[in-house]
Design a protein around this ligand. Structure first.
Ligand SMILES: [Cu+2]
Length: 224
């Protein structure tokens, strides 16, 4: 904790009221903006045995499940000193962030908008219908489904860093599989990274094969 008002402690209200004073950064209204500044002290740095940059997430704390389902979530990286320069990272070619999430669009703030905009007969839609609710479960990587994930180009022989995280509930147990490649995850060589809700994984990869390969979740139901 710091008394310096230039630094945000966490940007969140706590249910037990320990956030104290209502700060400007506790919530940001629609159309408004706020620049969050975190003080990254040496003790927050990745340690010797860690990857050079570690993966964290930020997300809305106001109505967390609904806000996150509506997209108010993203990744944050903390890096060892000297890893970042004006030109980017010195140790890897690229960073890739992957969020594995069964997104329940029944919880989204956009549900009504989506029904009105995308359903052929909006008046016939019953949001309480179990089949409709099941159809709202979007098995997604970074919010994309059916192989539509964008901008994943790697160069042969150049190290990339993968930053994976999971969100959601008990169905969000994922097995991220990198076809034809291996990764280094905390000293272990692997081709699959396991994810639970609100866990973060950082792994390095040197892509060897050229061409297209599959990045998928090994959980059968998710892949289908
Ligand atoms: Cu999965």
């Amino acid at each position: 904790m710091t008394e310096d008002s230039d630094f945000t402690v966490s940007g969140a209200l706590y249910p037990d009221g320990t956030s104290g004073r209502l700060k400007q950064d506790d919530s940001v209204g629609p159309g408004a903006s706020y620049t969050y500044r975190w003080e990254v002290r040496p003790e927050f740095s990745p340690t010797d045995g860690d990857a050079a940059c570690l993966t964290w997430v930020y997300h809305s704390h106001v109505e967390a499940p609904r806000d996150i389902t509506s997209g108010l979530i993203g990744a944050l990286l903390t890096c060892k000193k000297g890893t970042l320069t004006e030109e980017g990272r010195v140790d890897v070619d690229r960073d890739f962030v992957l969020m594995f999430n069964v997104v329940d669009e029944s919880m989204s703030w956009y549900q009504e908008h989506n029904i009105q905009t995308f359903c052929s007969d909006p008046a016939s839609v019953d949001p309480e219908d179990p089949d409709f609710q099941e159809s709202n479960m979007m098995h997604a990587i970074n919010g994309y489904m059916y192989g539509n994930l964008l901008h994943m180009e790697l160069c042969q022989g150049r190290t990339v860093a993968w930053h994976l995280f999971g969100m959601g509930n008990e169905v969000d147990i994922h097995s991220a599989y990198f076809q034809g490649n291996t990764l280094l995850d905390r000293g272990h060589r692997a081709d699959t990274l396991s994810l639970f809700p609100a866990t973060f994984v950082t792994a390095a990869m040197v892509p060897l094969a050229t061409g297209k390969w599959l990045l998928s979740c090994q959980v059968n139901d998710h892949l289908q």
